[in-house]
Structures are given as structure tokens and as C-alpha cells.
Write a protein that binds this ligand. Structure first.
Ligand SMILES: Cc1cc2nc3c(=O)[nH]c(=O)nc-3n(C[C@H](O)[C@H](O)[C@H](O)COP(=O)(O)OP(=O)(O)OC[C@H]3O[C@@H](n4cnc5c(N)ncnc54)[C@H](O)[C@@H]3O)c2cc1C
Length: 380
């Protein structure tokens, strides 16, 4: 055995960097492993919600979005074509992951984590520690290795099944004219599905399209056709850096850990089923996982499960119920109409989609009124 650490973190995306930061704050000797060198790209909409910045601030990280213009508004187009455009309660940012993730990794290294380029293939729990690839040992391990997690497989947990797994493609295109806003255009065909355009502030926008998988393979040509259909004026021929990736949705999550092994971020299927947002969850779960691994390595999984339940349990239950309701696209049209009329409904929908919000009786009632307000629900 060459090296022994208090905590080893597999994957240095937002979940892994947050885990390393939290474990360092608890005084642990931390190894942060990634198969890539940083900076590295990651297929993503690059949308960073204010909630993500709150978690970073608690970890002592400032400046993650420096140099990028705040996005004060969001426009959501429902599957029936109705739209709501309002100011976000707090601005969002679009920061290319090549920049954002490298900043977080630099913060983890500055806090004392040891960063090493290494692809983890084997994870074994033995003799009161976890051994990676035969010669890296730690008292506890955080699996923050994304949607195809090796650590999750080592826990015996399969990948998310269809209907709880989405596929999305993203690229960079000239930004649309007009004031900067996050644009989300949901799709009537292939529901649930949507396209987005998130301006970066340098003349470009991150554009993309994704849909939930339903047992049939999706081709790149199909994803690009849908992108062009939902974002008229975006010619796929001028979109650069096109890249697709899976999104394991939070409606189907594996066990969050066992013994000295815990999972965070996409490895734990923590992606919001409405918005595809996962950076906030990755940072939050990573921070909780790193703290649990450093604080009580032998019982990291139990401690982490309790912390996750306290912090996100209610929200995840509410977002699963909301996702179930939203399978009927006319419910989403009702929500768009209600959010257009009522700022509190809008705020609740935003909190549910970008943060850790809950559904409440008033919002449900307002959506009900929104449903009745116009057309009868079309038949599927
Ligand atoms: C097209 C698309 C658009 C999205 N848009 C948004 C958005 O706008 N806003 C938002 O909040 N979320 C968005 N998401 C979700 C978001 O990208 C993820 O939720 C987020 O990246 C999760 O962070 P993570 O740290 O868990 O995983 P990742 O960011 O995937 O990081 C995992 C890291 O682990 C490393 N790794 C993997 N396997 C190994 C291994 N065996 N050994 C060592 N290292 C390994 C990888 O190199 C990677 O660096 C989007 C996702 C997609 C696919």
C-alpha cells in the first residue's frame, strides 16, 4: 500500500470539489482524484443558480462566477406555447464548466487537498479502510464520479432505468438579441423534453436540448433536430462544441452509501427532474458527504444519510410528486399560466426547479385555477 488518506474523493467535479473542501475544513488529509486534467469541459447548460453560490460561500469559496454577468430573468415557454417571463428572485449565472469546475478544484487544492490524475477502476472495502485500485487507501471514500459512477457500481447499485434518465446535448451559439435572460422552451412532442438558451455575457449562449429516455436509443441527429425546432434561429451548423451526456434524475436514487463509502452529486442521481439542474445538489451533497466522511469514517454512510435527509429529504419528496404531476403536460401549461399571474407561484416553481423548494397547497390551488382558466386538457 503506497498511500493512506483520511478521505479519498473520486471525481473532481462540483460534488467532488465540495467534498474535498468540506473534508479539509474538518481537518482531514484528503486525496482528490479525477481521470481528467483540469481545466476540463463537461457537457452542461452551465447554468449556476444562486443556491449553488450559497453552498460555496459556506465552504469559504468566493469568486466562482467572477467576470460573468448576472442573469436577472427567466422565460419559460410551456408545452402548449404559453409563456411566463419574470425576474428571478436572485440572479443566475452562465459559467462554462471548463472555467467553473477549474475554479472549484483550485479552491480545494488551495485548502490543502492533494489532487491527482487517476482513473479509478476498482473499489474494495477491507480491513477498516477502502482501497482504490489496489494501492490507494482511505478511511472513507466519497464517490463523486458522475453519471457513470464506478463507486456506485462497487456498491452494487445499477444505473438509473429509463424514465428516470435523460439525455441532453449542448453547444455554444451566438446569443439571441434582446435583454439577457435564461430561456427554457418545453416541447409538446417527446414530453417531457425541453431546449434552453443561457447567455454567457460574451456574445455567446449555451444552447441545448434534452429529453427523458423511454426505451429507445436517441440519435445525435434527433437531438439536434429538436434543438433547431424549439430554438428557431439557432442553426445547428453554427453551434460549436456539441456534446451529449446522461442526466440521472432524482426521481430514482440509489442508496446514498454503505459503511465507509458514500455517493454525491450525479453518482447519487441528484438531478432535478424539471430543470436538469444538478450543480446545486452536487455541491450540497458533496459538502455533506465530505463532512460525514471526515467526521466519522467508519459510520460515514449513516451520518451522511441522516444529513441528506434533514437537508434535502422533504424537497426531494416534493419534487418527485411535482415531476409525477408534470408528466401531464397540461399541468405544466396550468403552472405557466398561474406563474404568469402570480409572483408567489412563480417563486415556488423557481425554488422547486433551481433550489430546495417545496410544493404548497396555495401553489397547487393556483395551478388548478390555471388549468381551468383556458383550454380543456388535450388528450395525449
Ligand atoms: C447537457 C446537460 C446540461 C446540464 N445543464 C445544467 C445546468 O445548466 N445547470 C445545472 O445545475 N446542472 C446542469 N446539468 C447537470 C450537471 O451537469 C451535473 O448535475 C453536474 O455536473 C454534477 O456534478 P458532479 O460533480 O456530480 O459530476 P460531474 O460534473 O460529472 O463530475 C464527475 C467527475 O468525475 C470524474 N470521473 C468520472 N469517472 C471517474 C473515475 N472512474 N475515476 C476518476 N475520476 C472519474 C470525471 O472526469 C468528472 O470530472 C446538465 C447536465 C447535462 C448533461
Amino acid at each position: 500500500m503506497t498511500d493512506e488518506y483520511d478521505v479519498a474523493v473520486v471525481g473532481a467535479g462540483p460534488a467532488g470539489a465540495a467534498a474535498a473542501l468540506a473534508a479539509r475544513r474538518a481537518g482531514a488529509r484528503v486525496l482528490l482524484l479525477d481521470r481528467a486534467d483540469f481545466p476540463r469541459d463537461k457537457a452542461c447548460g452551465d447554468g449556476v443558480a444562486a443556491h449553488a453560490l450559497d453552498v460555496l460561500a459556506r465552504l469559504g469559496v468566493t469568486g466562482a462566477v467572477d467576470g460573468y454577468a448576472p442573469l436577472p430573468r427567466i422565460r419559460l415557454v410551456g408545452p402548449g406555447g404559453g409563456a411566463v417571463a419574470r425576474a428571478l428572485p436572485r440572479p443566475a449565472y452562465t459559467v462554462p464548466r471548463e472555467v467553473f469546475d477549474a475554479r472549484l478544484v483550485a479552491a480545494a487544492v488551495a485548502a490543502g487537498a492533494e489532487l491527482r490524475r487517476h482513473t479509478v477502476r476498482r473499489v474494495e472495502a477491507r480491513d477498516g479502510r477502502v482501497v482504490l485500485d489496489g494501492d490507494l487507501a482511505a478511511r472513507a471514500v466519497v464517490g463523486a464520479d458522475g453519471a457513470g459512477s464506478v463507486v456506485r457500481r462497487a456498491l452494487g447499485e445499477p444505473a438509473n432505468p429509463d424514465r428516470h434518465l435523460a439525455l441532453a446535448i449542448r453547444g455554444y451559439a451566438p446569443a439571441r438579441p434582446g435583454p439577457p435572460e435564461q430561456l427554457i422552451v418545453t416541447s409538446r412532442p417527446r414530453w417531457p423534453a425541453y431546449a434552453w438558451s443561457f447567455p454567457i455575457g460574451d456574445g455567446r449562449a449555451n444552447v441545448g436540448y434534452g429529453e427523458v429516455l423511454r426505451g429507445e436509443p436517441l440519435t445525435r441527429a434527433h437531438l439536434l433536430d429538436r434543438l433547431a425546432a424549439l430554438l428557431p434561429g439557432t442553426d445547428p451548423a453554427v453551434v460549436t462544441a456539441l456534446r451529449a451526456h446522461h442526466l440521472p434524475l432524482s426521481t430514482h436514487r440509489p442508496v446514498s452509501g454503505r459503511g465507509r463509502l458514500v455517493l454525491a452529486g450525479d453518482a447519487l442521481s441528484l438531478i432535478n427532474p424539471f430543470t436538469g439542474e444538478g450543480i446545486f445538489y452536487a455541491l450540497l451533497s458533496g459538502a455533506l458527504a465530505g463532512a460525514a466522511a471526515a467526521g466519522d469514517p467508519a459510520h460515514a454512510a449513516g451520518r451522511y444519510a441522516a444529513a441528506l435527509r434533514r437537508r434535502l429529504g422533504t424537497h426531494l419528496r416534493h419534487s418527485s410528486v411535482a415531476a409525477w404531476l408534470a408528466r401531464r403536460r397540461w399541468v405544466v401549461d396550468g403552472a405557466v399560466r398561474a406563474a404568469r399571474r402570480d409572483d408567489r407561484v412563480f417563486g415556488t416553481v423557481v425554488e422547486l426547479g433551481l433550489g430546495d423548494g417545496r410544493l404548497d397547497a396555495r401553489t397547487l390551488a393556483m395551478i388548478g385555477i390555471g388549468l381551468a382558466a383556458r383550454d380543456r386538457p388535450p388528450r395525449d
